[in-house]
Design a protein around this ligand. Structure first.
Ligand SMILES: *Cc1c(COP(=O)(O)O)cnc(C)c1O
Length: 379
């Protein structure tokens, strides 16, 4: 076989994320049959450790859907919005818009309440919308990856429930990097994925399904097959997946979740993410002309966004800074494409992102910020 000419880059983007060697090696563990007793040896501990990481005990049932984060999100929409019902989506960026599109493209009666880039959900504005629309469900993004804004999940779910609607949450880019306290979050279903703060390859959409969501789904018709959480739950309770799982990823996930829970420790992992956010804030404070983009109090622990000086162009970031860092062995994030295109067109300052989630360590981040600073100072 000819050797492919692939560069080994350290990923400082927002997903997929950097994968440790131990996890790459875990890809060599034995393949197995997913309806055999060997399956249980992987998925029983995987599901148990997912519950620990979410802080949900037995209050939620974890399901693993072959696919990615949007597969679990689509399952939430297909399985929980009944015919004739209305779903309101609350968007603070590109991934918020995606949850709306998933509902819309599945023919659900849906509306999108949008906030400006860089803002968190304004609960007063949401409350007015809830009164006006009286939706049956509300979807929103916990951690908006395009803007680095984290919403207050508990307060948002509480408001939604006070207006008689069921909250469903996209937690794709934060699960595994922050304390969710899912049991007390108010979310009916919480969706996430493997390739972000869990630092695994992509391959499973993960859904945490409450008893309330399970009851609701039982009454919803036209859920399809792969997006039917009732079917997933039946298999999940036997520690199985609805369809053939990615067995390689299951082995890697077994090793990674055991590492997170029993070697690094969940508290340590969450604290490490907060520490890395602090490192970026401190670094930005010392960089002339640059500022944090997300407002204080709503800054994500997994992805930081940085406002560039006026006049910096998309071309400079994508062709100049990003390519220079590639030469140093790094994949830099020059900002969410659509967001920067819109900002540039409006004559507003552009935003770059620093992904610091999963298994990125503070010393790795420090080294990267040093290299990034050299390039940014050339602008
Ligand atoms: C990455 C991401 C998604 C999409 O997830 P996929 O795993 O690519 O399907 C959805 N929401 C958020 C917030 C994300 O960061």
């Amino acid at each position: 076989m000819s050797k492919p000419n692939f560069a080994l880059l350290k990923l400082f983007i927002t997903g997929p994320t950097y994968i440790r060697d131990e996890i790459k090696e875990a890809g060599r563990l034995p393949e197995f049959g997913h309806r055999d007793a060997e399956n249980d040896l992987r998925f029983a501990p995987i599901r148990e450790n997912l519950r620990k990481l979410a802080g949900c005990g037995d209050d939620y049932e974890p399901i693993l859907c072959l696919g990615s984060g949007s597969t679990a999100m689509e399952a939430s929409v297909r399985s929980l919005v009944a015919e004739g019902e209305t779903i309101l989506n609350v968007s603070v960026g590109a991934f918020g818009d995606m949850y709306y599109n998933l509902a819309d493209h599945n023919g659900k009666k849906s509306e999108n309440l949008k906030f400006d880039y860089g803002q968190a959900i304004d609960l007063n504005v949401l409350e007015d919308k809830l009164k006006e629309l009286k939706p049956d469900l509300v979807s929103f993004t916990h951690n908006e990856t395009s803007t680095g804004v984290v919403n207050d999940m508990k307060a948002t779910c509480e408001l939604i429930r006070a207006h008689g609607a069921m909250p469903i949450v996209d937690g794709v880019s934060i699960f595994g990097g922050a304390d969710l306290d899912l049991s007390n979050s108010g979310a009916a279903m919480y969706s996430t994925a493997t390739q972000k703060a869990l630092a695994l390859p992509a391959g499973f959409g993960i859904g945490f399904v409450s008893g309330e969501a399970e009851e609701k789904a039982a009454k919803v018709t036209n859920k399809g097959h792969h997006h039917d959480i009732t079917k997933h739950l039946g298999r999940a309770r036997k520690n199985q997946t609805l369809t053939t799982p990615n067995c390689t990823l299951a082995n890697q996930m077994y090793v990674q979740l055991d590492h997170i829970v029993n070697v690094e420790g969940i508290e340590n992992r969450f604290n490490r993410h907060i520490e890395m956010r602090g490192m970026v804030e401190k670094w930005v404070a010392g960089l002339d002309g640059f500022e944090m983009f997300a407002p204080e109090g709503y800054r994500s622990p997994t992805v930081s966004t940085v406002l560039c000086p006026a006049g910096v162009t998309v071309t400079q970031l994508k062709k100049g800074v990003k390519e220079a860092l590639r030469g140093g062995g790094y994949l830099m994030d020059p900002g969410y494409g659509k967001l920067n295109a819109a900002l540039e067109e409006a004559g507003r300052r552009l935003v770059i992102r620093v992904g610091h989630m999963g298994d990125i360590m503070p010393d790795m981040l420090g080294e990267y910020l040093g290299k990034l600073e050299v390039e940014l100072k050339k602008l």
